[in-house]
Design a protein around this ligand. Structure first.
Ligand code: 13P
Ligand code: ZN
Length: 272
């Protein structure tokens, strides 16, 4: 059996959490990640018959039964993942009944998966129906996007349109736009259900006055998605109080979307 600390997935989790921390998106225990793993790859590093602990999921995750995930721990700091992955991360499998997570590695101090586990697992279920290659759900508190929540209308069309206007490539990176949930109590099944409902249509979902969820095929892609939204929010926050002299026109966004052949939310543009 190979050492799991040398695995591609642990390495990627260490690098991604360190980057997110470095960018100031994930203060203290802010943010969480779940990454669905391939059984064959997990078996290279772990005896999958050896369950360390069983942790109740708190909801029915039956559509993910038998699936493996590496997940950040609740109360754990992204800042500390790189130095001590075995305490701050866990590898688990959803049991056949969908009611239990079987811990195979990690959470060494007796910890458990993120309090946002329902939102993560329910989002995986929703995204896999739209994109069978989806593997990652990522939650974060990016500074400028959060700041924007206080000064910009939280309407999906208006927020998406403003962000698309901020960088030329935004419409190409998130052509499906930004879903928005009103402020809700986090760490609950209800916010999980609401997030998953939005994930049917959007790969990016803003939790008003809290943060953002992103979904994608890899850690890199999902990180890049949130990074692009956050960059657009930063340009907005740097310019919102200044007179606007120039902007990217909707007709130009259509040209971009057509050139890059992305399926975009036409109804989020103002075309006549
Ligand atoms: P956890 O520490 O439980 O992952 O929670 C962090 C967070 O961002 C809650 O929304
Ligand atoms: Zn959060």
């Amino acid at each position: 059996m190979k050492d799991i600390l040398t695995s591609r997935f642990v390495e990627e989790m260490r690098k991604t959490t360190a980057n997110m921390y470095r960018l100031g998106w994930d203060e203290r225990n802010g943010g969480n990640i779940s990454y669905m793993l391939d059984e064959r790859e997990v078996k290279e590093y772990l005896d999958v018959k050896k369950v360390i602990r069983e942790i109740p999921t708190g909801f029915n995750a039956m559509p993910l039964a038998g699936k493996y995930f590496i997940v950040t721990g609740t109360g754990k700091y992204f800042k500390n993942v790189d130095a001590d992955p075995e305490t701050n991360l866990g590898v688990l499998r959803i049991a056949a009944d969908g009611e239990t997570a079987q811990l195979l590695w990690g959470f060494k101090d007796g910890g458990k998966f993120t309090s946002e586990f329902p939102s993560h697992m329910m989002s995986h279920i929703a995204r896999l129906k739209v994109d069978p290659e989806n593997r990652v759900v990522m939650h974060s508190h990016p500074t400028n996007l959060l700041a924007m929540n206080y000064v910009h209308e939280l309407d999906e069309k208006k927020l998406t349109h403003t962000l698309w206007e901020m960088c030329t490539e935004c419409i190409v990176v998130f052509p499906d736009g930004i879903g928005v949930l009103p402020w809700m109590l986090c760490g609950t099944n209800s916010i999980g259900e609401a997030t998953a409902e939005k994930m049917k249509d959007f790969r990016v979902v803003v939790w008003a006055l809290h943060g953002v969820y992103g979904a994608g095929k890899s850690l890199d892609e999902t990180f890049g998605l949130i990074e692009t939204v956050e960059k657009a929010a930063q340009i907005y926050m740097l310019t919102a109080h200044l007179p606007r002299l120039n902007t990217i026109k909707d007709a130009d966004m259509v040209k971009l979307a057509e050139l890059f052949k992305v399926k975009y939310r036409k109804d989020f543009l103002n075309l006549d």
